[in-house]
Design a protein around this ligand. Structure first.
Ligand code: BEZ
Ligand code: FE
Length: 317
């Protein structure tokens, strides 16, 4: 009896019914699991309600385009890892003195695209172009007409013009920061001890008629720094590292947008093959050879010399 009392009832295994509610829940969740098809949405949907709107827009758009690139180009795992190492090396090469990431943006045409879309000149204002890595703040201030070629090397040039707004109103007191490479294609900062410090750079101010002028030397083309990760890419793509010969200008005046631009010389063999895509047709200067003994003597130049008139038109801020 006692035995009977302790006898276990046979356990009837219940058929486990699927929990319909749980299933529905899982199904709704399924779309949040990553697949190649829904990859963009899954990543974008991770942002929360407090996301910064502009950051979210930029990152969402970047994710959309990067995923499309990966789906189209289908990099192998090794190629993906190469890309990670490449970007890591680009970061390690960047210091206060060298910005390999900006250079990467330059050679991919990104700097010029951002620059061009942000400075859409519709009313005849001077077009802008890349700043480049060789600008030095606090260059010497000079009176108009001064010679910034401190070592006297190269073919002399006279650069002059006026600064106006798009309606032709003169702008007195504008600051013109200019810098350039020498006749061998080097900036002073690349040749410490070879060129005088602050060679071929200076700050000028437009006079009460909006005019400026300075003397200098005819610049030469030069290669962008290509001993790093950017150079490796150019070599792999069989691309030229040269920038066509130019003078840099940074022009500012109260009430106007700061203008960062160049004048290109018209005879440079690299004009149509700028490594950073900085050439715009309107920025090619009309450098004229002047054969005039009196004028060259007045300027302290040998005869003949070159001159270029370069008028600058600023946009209202
Ligand atoms: C430059 O003109 O100084 C420059 C611009 C972009 C990359 C490298 C150099
Ligand atoms: Fe330059």
């Amino acid at each position: 009896m006692a035995k009977a009392a302790t006898e276990k009832k046979p356990v009837v295994k219940k058929k486990t019914e699927p929990n319909k509610k749980a299933l529905v829940k899982d199904k709704s969740k399924a779309k949040y699991y990553f697949t190649a098809k829904n990859s963009v949405k899954v990543v974008q949907d991770r942002s929360g309600p407090k996301a910064n709107k502009r950051v979210k827009y930029l990152v969402d758009t970047l994710v959309e385009h990067l995923h499309a690139f990966i789906k189209e180009a289908r990099p192998t795992m090794d190629e993906w890892m190469y890309g990670i190492n490449y970007l890591t090396r680009t970061g390690h090469l960047s210091t206060d003195w060298r910005q390999e990431f900006i250079l990467l943006s330059d050679v991919l045409g990104i700097s010029m695209l951002v620059e061009t879309l942000n400075h859409d000149k519709m009313s005849g204002e001077t077009e802008s172009t890349v700043l480049g890595p060789f600008y030095v703040a606090n260059a010497p201030q000079y009176h108009n007409g001064a010679n910034i070629c401190l070592d006297g090397k190269g073919v002399p040039i006279l650069v002059y013009g006026k600064v106006t707004d798009s309606r032709g109103q003169i702008i007195p007191g504008a600051t013109l920061d200019v810098w350039q490479a020498n006749e061998d294609g080097f900036y002073d900062v690349q040749q410490k001890g070879v060129q005088p410090d602050m060679n071929l750079r200076g700050v000028f101010t437009s006079d009460n008629k909006g005019r400026y002028s300075f003397r200098s030397a005819y610049p030469r083309h030069y290669p962008i720094p290509y001993d790093g990760s950017v150079g490796d890419m150019l070599k792999a793509l069989d691309r030229n590292p040269n920038r066509p010969a130019h003078l840099h200008f940074m022009v500012s005046a109260p009430g106007y947008e700061k203008l960062v631009t160049h004048i290109f010389t018209p005879d440079c063999p690299w004009l149509k093959d700028d490594a950073v895509f900085g050439v715009k047709e309107s920025l090619i200067g009309d450098f004229r050879m002047v054969d005039d003994a009196k004028r060259s003597a007045e300027l302290g130049f040998p005869n003949p010399f070159y001159e270029v008139e370069w008028n600058i038109v600023l946009s209202k801020a």
